[in-house]
Design a protein around this ligand. Structure first.
Ligand code: TRP
Length: 335
């Protein structure tokens, strides 16, 4: 039996990058009866750099939940919940903070990069600075043994493993050492439609699970290909050509994609043709998700009810772990 814990910050809708990077793996894991899956909407973590704009976070809780339901995460099989509704996670974070030095947090490469990107400097909110420690609490509270996440979360897993080791050796063996489950090679980071490193809201270069077919078609038609491939008969470049990058990830008929690549490189294959093919490929993947999303979006109250039930059962698990943690630390005074 594996317990799996993972989550996303609710700062926007989820896109195809999230889908290939981790949502797809979660759905597969959920459907294996040997797995118990916990999926968390990490609103507390999202607030660490959105404290002054809490609406941005709270308004996206439902959006992320709809995206989860869209990809086939099923509240009957998995526990879908909201981080802020589990106060035990904050409590556990407090105990963990004493096991981690300021220097160690400062060296976390993901946090380091984020602090630079967000231009925080010395103004970095303390909560943001220590979010890897709170993430260790998320993972260990549910005794997660597997954590399916994107490449960028590797440093979080390492930090969690160190905290687990420190806790278990300082007090008692209570916590489970988690393993990260990372995307297969090549599936790691789906670039934006403009060929930029990463899909992001601010670059407006993402394809979202909630996008209509019309929107997806337009986005594919505007994709970055090979700027020197002007006439159909010109030889074209396949590397760095987003249409082929996406076809490599999403097309099932790999042999056909190879054939198209050869033809494109030799000249004689137009961008419109390959884009039309990608539109069909994406449509096949996205239509069932879009249908599920639209159906659940009709009844937001029902979706919130699902999250409430999920949060209640998640809290029971976290409370049990916290009880063991306090006993191990010798501070369970009244029992
Ligand atoms: N850091 C993750 C992200 O930015 C979200 C997250 C919070 C998470 N807690 C977690 C992921 C625990 C995995 C496990 O998307």
């Amino acid at each position: 039996m594996n317990t799996i814990l993972t989550g996303d910050r609710p700062t926007g809708q989820l896109h195809l990058g999230h889908y290939v990077g981790s949502l797809k793996t979660r759905k597969m894991m959920q459907d294996d009866p040997n797995n118990e899956l916990f999926v968390m909407i990490a609103d507390v973590q999202a607030l660490t750099d959105n404290a002054k704009t809490p609406d941005k976070v709270s308004s996206n809780v439902l959006e992320v939940a709809l995206d989860y339901l869209a990809v086939g995460l099923d509240p009957k099989k998995s526990t879908l919940f909201i981080q802020s509704q589990i106060p035990e996670l904050s409590e556990l974070t407090m105990y963990f903070l004493n096991l981690v030095s300021v220097g160690r947090v400062r060296r976390n490469p993901t946090v380091k990069t984020e602090i630079e990107q967000k231009n925080f400097g010395e103004g970095v909110p303390t909560g943001f600075f220590i979010y890897p420690v709170s993430q260790a609490a998320d993972i260990t509270a549910f005794k997660g043994s597997l954590v399916p996440v994107g490449e960028d979360q590797k440093p979080m897993l390492e930090q969690t493993q160190e905290i687990v080791h420190s806790f278990n050796t300082t007090y008692q063996e209570v916590l489970i050492n988690p393993k990260g489950v990372f995307p297969e090679k090549g599936m790691g980071r789906l670039p934006g439609i403009d060929g930029n490193g990463k899909m992001s809201k601010s670059l407006n270069n993402g394809i979202y699970l909630a996008d209509s077919k019309d929107t997806v078609d337009k986005k594919v038609m505007s994709m970055y290909t090979d700027p020197n491939h002007i006439h159909v008969h010109d030889p074209g470049k396949v590397e760095g050509n987003m249409v082929f990058t996406y076809l490599d990830v999403f097309a099932k008929d790999k042999a056909y994609v190879e054939e198209l690549k050869k033809q494109y490189q030799n000249g004689g294959l137009g961008d419109v043709k390959i884009k039309r093919y990608l539109i069909d490929v994406l449509d096949e993947e996205l239509t069932p998700m879009r249908k599920r999303r639209e159906a659940f979006a009709q009844d937001p109250q029902y979706v919130m009810e699902l999250l409430k039930e999920g949060s209640l059962s998640a809290e029971k698990v976290a409370a049990q772990t916290l009880d063991e943690v306090k006993t191990a630390m010798g501070i369970n005074y009244f029992r």
